[in-house]
Design a protein around this ligand. Structure first.
Ligand code: IPE
Ligand code: MG
Length: 228
């Protein structure tokens, strides 16, 4: 979800106003994804590198996320959305926010229409290092280690590989996002800034994805759709 700061700067507003405006987009895209039949939606809200931002901006984001999580909990529950939080390991995160994450996870735990993963204080490299630590602790031998076994030690191993990554605001970077799971993801980079991103923009990304020919290193299917 990129471009909040630039959205605000274009309006001569403080950067935090861009984050505030992002709330509308977040709800719009959750609804759009659910209506379109998306079963797994992940939102990258805060990276392990975002701690490098000024303290006032970090504090604002912590408070904003807390407010959004609490305010929209009934809607998420009613819409059949199971919520989970990826990362959220840093001791600098306010205890009350961790409690809100836990509460929303529990509240929506039986929902199955769509799983919403909020990546907050997330880093793909951290997840890989944590998986390696977990493997070492489990006593897995080098010979027994496979990609499948490794993936089971990543957080939320039931989450499928990422099919499509949408990065708004015209930036073309991975920025440490779910590094293991994006191995064969398709990517789209809409120019629109996140606070201006709306359901039609999201659907345009899905349509772009549908036109992609995913070969996973293989060859294109034959015209009749059969594998070669
Ligand atoms: C939001 O956009 C992403 C967050 C880390 C919350 P930015 O704050 O990165 O906006 P730009 O890139 O400065 O425009
Ligand atoms: Mg940015």
């Amino acid at each position: 979800m990129d471009g909040n700061g630039r959205w605000a700067e274009q309006r001569s507003l403080p950067r935090t106003e861009g984050h505030r405006a992002a709330e509308t987009t977040v709800i719009d895209i959750i609804e759009a994804a659910r209506s379109a039949g998306v079963e797994w939606l992940s939102l990258y809200a805060f990276s392990t590198e975002n701690w490098n931002r000024p303290g006032v901006e970090v504090d604002y984001l912590m408070r904003l996320v807390r407010r959004v999580v609490r305010k929209h909990a009934p809607l998420l529950l009613a819409r059949g959305i199971r919520c989970r939080f990826l990362g959220a390991a840093d001791p600098r995160i306010p205890r009350e926010l961790i409690q809100d994450f836990d509460d929303l996870t529990t509240l929506t735990g039986d929902n199955r229409r769509m799983t919403l993963t909020v990546a907050f204080d997330h880093g793909g490299r951290r997840d890989i290092v944590e998986a390696a630590r977990s493997l070492i602790r489990s006593g897995t031998s080098a010979d027994d280690l496979t990609e499948r076994v490794f993936a089971e030690h990543l957080p939320f191993p039931d989450t499928p590989d990422v099919d499509l990554v949408i990065r708004t605001s015209g930036e073309h970077r991975i920025s440490n996002f779910m590094l293991w799971k994006v191995a064969y993801a398709e990517w789209v980079f809409p120019e629109v800034l996140w606070p201006d991103f709306r359901a039609p923009d999201f659907l345009a990304c899905l349509h772009a994805y549908q036109r992609r020919d995913r070969r996973f290193g293989g060859l294109p299917a034959q015209p009749n759709g059969d594998p070669r």
